[in-house]
Design a protein around this ligand. Sequence first.
Ligand code: ATP
Ligand code: LTN
Length: 328
Amino acid sequence: MSKPVVFSGIAPSGNLHIGNYIGAIRHWVKYQDEKDNIFCVVDLHAVTVPQDPRVLKDKTREVAALYLACGIDPQKSRVFIQSHNPDHAQLAWILDCVTPMGWMQRMTQYKDKSVKQKEVITVGLFNYPVLMAADILLYQTNEVPVGDDQKQHVEITRDIAQRFNSKYGEVFTLPEAMIDMSGARIVSLQDPSAKMSKSDPDKKGSVYLLDDPETVGQKVREAVTDSGQEIQTHEEKPAISNLLSIFSALSGKEINSIEEEYQGSSYQKFKQDLSEVVVEFLKPIQRRYREIREDSTYLDNVLQQGSDSLKSVSNKTLRAVQEALGLG
Ligand code: ATP
Ligand code: LTN
């Protein structure tokens, strides 16, 4: 039997942080052997908000190198850059033409981002979920491993696929979001009511995968805490609960056992140990990252092979779509 097709991606719109790792990348790595994996650097999504062109090119390679440094193995997974395959933009246009405006207007990420956006809000930002649907549907994806914030986008992808299939015939596989509830929403170290986010202008809210040990120590030390003393997961203690989730995800220890270990300890001691856990976790990733970035031919080859091998897959879907619509 063939393996389930997994597709996921991250936009190179800023620095990757431990929320991206805990909510998404670690699950990609974990199930690599059991699935047919496709991991994309979604640069077309990044340009839905203004980007500096020189920075974007470099960030795109940085994100790809971080996928590999975190454990994505090009022998087991295909890694590529979205804009290297024009089928994504082409299918997105067609899906734009079958997606009702009202569906997009309900998308919470669009509502959040359009409020924060200081410059003009583009049609691209509004249509973002349709491009995401195209990414997923092009490869007849079964599973989409993402953090909690992307659930709504995967649901709309299913709705778009269903609408297309019922109007024009069964072309698309219906994908499912794979969301592991532990660590699906890591929150900002400065504001536990907001998720940790690449685009947060407050850099102290996020621990980036490429932060040096001193910066990690400082960010963890300065992380906000809740009233009281207990180091325990509780809905009234969102800041400490978040630090416990991070500790657990990056150390591999169960939350219960961490709570037991720190019973009666101070926040200060807990934070000190947490920063060590984070630093030790990041060390090998940063080392591999530097090796990969030093050998740009290797990275370029991986990305080229990824997109070359996927074009025949996406093209097959696109042709079926064109045929179904009577295009050409
Ligand atoms: P941006 O601020 O540019 O929207 P982001 O930091 O929110 O970026 P995304 O590119 O939207 O990150 O997300 C990439 C992947 O990481 C998605 O699967 C998303 O669900 C997951 N993810 C992002 N932030 C978190 C978080 N704070 N906790 C858990 N998962 C997250
Ligand atoms: N919208 C996603 C990034 C993304 C994605 C995808 C994730 C674009 N296309 C396809 C999974 C599958 C985000 O995390 N902001």
